[in-house]
Design a protein around this ligand. Structure first.
Ligand SMILES: Cc1ncc(COP(=O)(O)O)c(C=O)c1O
Length: 380
């Protein structure tokens, strides 16, 4: 049995990653032009079922660029969940707009379509549903409300590589979608991101803004103020190798999810991430909720105990409407997000990565089961 600390995530770089990086270095194409970029963009679009994919330097930049391409401006409002990584709301602020927080559905943990209408004002321009912890948002319902109110929709699919909604792949479910390839994601290149989309006009605008605003037909002529948001050929070399093994990586992660469900089943107070009947979630991080009263000890006490036992975990994202950059505006709007607040206080992500051994999973489940039986260390 492995005795070392178990991290919450670790990349699997055991395929052609090293070979392709060496190849990119030897070719001297290490910046943002090269064969691996072309191949990555082609194959990633194919994987997502969109006409194109545009590589960018990280998932935060992908969101920022999507909002620039959609011409979101100061004074506009964008509906987002509060239970998400801060990048979703930060990107809205980067373009001078205001994120308006909407509660999540207890059955998906994603933005609740039933709560959207009440949050729409004359300043609302769009919606960014986040496929949280790999589970797709209810996109048909969200797209319907957006169409009725003339809003755009951008999927934040940072955590949901290859998730499916009613058989369709995340990334192809709205006007645009954004992805992250940070080191803890299912497919990674360390730091990287992408936008997937199918509209050719939006593609041209997005590619132009990504590349300093340069006219694609006329070198050093810049019709608009653009950005350097490009992804490197070196990063794409790693991504190409990752994509060759995407199915295998997914398969092992699905096994890990099934094992966790089996091993943790029936522990009072431990809940699992719900899965909607129409969803095939991406097996990103295995998440549980800890109901302190039923489990007998608090979520934070359990996490501290696991840490002391050599197992890294992560609490759920702190709801954004309570964080300093956003809470003033959120309170002014009178936002009340009870499901978000509950999940933010109860959720824990457990170690989930391709290289985990079955004995790691048994050790983690054993710690969680025994800590309850031992009475924990009291509710905090
Ligand atoms: C939901 C969500 N959106 C956006 C991002 C930002 O991606 P990146 O870290 O690549 O900038 C992340 C996280 O990594 C995320 O989890």
């Amino acid at each position: 049995m492995r005795k070392q600390r178990i991290p919450v995530a670790a990349p699997d770089l055991t395929g052609n990653e090293e070979k392709y990086v060496v190849d990119a270095i030897r070719s001297s194409w290490i910046s943002s032009t090269g064969e691996y970029i072309r191949r990555f963009e082609r194959e990633f679009a194919g994987m997502c079922g969109t006409r194109t994919a545009i590589g960018v330097c990280n998932g935060t930049v992908a969101l920022h660029l999507a909002l620039l391409a959609l011409d979101v401006r100061p004074g506009d409002e964008v509906l987002v969940p509060s239970l998400t990584y801060i990048a979703t709301a930060n990107a809205v602020r980067y373009v001078g707009a205001e994120p308006v927080f909407v509660d999540v559905d207890p059955d998906t943990w994603c933005i609740d379509p039933r709560e959207l209408e009440d949050a729409i004002t004359p300043r609302t321009r769009g919606i960014i549903p986040v496929h949280l912890y790999g589970h797709p948002a209810d996109m048909d319902a969200i797209n319907h409300i957006a169409a009725v109110h003339g809003l755009w929709v951008v999927e934040d699919a940072a955590e949901a590589h290859m998730a499916r909604y009613k058989g369709r792949v995340a990334g192809s479910l709205a006007a645009m979608a954004t992805f992250s390839f940070y080191g803890n994601k299912i497919l990674t290149c360390g730091e990287g991101g992408a936008i997937t989309l199918s509209d050719p006009h939006l593609e041209l605008r997005t590619r132009t803004l990504r590349g300093q605003g340069m006219d694609p037909e006329r070198r050093y002529y810049f019709p608009v103020t653009g950005y350097n948001f490009r992804l490197t050929n070196l990063a794409c070399a790693i991504l190409c190798a990752q994509m060759e093994r995407a199915e295998r990586i997914m398969e092992r992660r699905r096994e890990i999810f099934s094992a966790y469900r089996r091993l943790l089943d029936g522990i009072p107070g431990i809940g699992f991430q719900p899965v909607a009947s129409w969803a095939e979630p991406a097996p990103w991080l295995f998440c549980i909720t800890v109901d302190g009263k039923e489990y007998g000890t608090s979520r934070d006490a359990l996490m501290a105990h696991m840490d002391a036992s050599g197992v890294e975990t992560r609490p759920f994202f702190l709801p954004l409407h309570n964080l300093p950059p956003f809470r003033g505006e959120s309170r002014r709007r009178g936002e009340n997000l009870p499901v978000t607040d509950r999940l933010g206080a109860e959720g824990v992500s457990l170690p989930t990565f391709h290289g985990m051994e079955d004995s790691d999973l048994e050790r983690i489940a054993d710690i969680i089961r025994r800590y309850r039986m031992g009475g924990g260390s009291g509710l905090s």
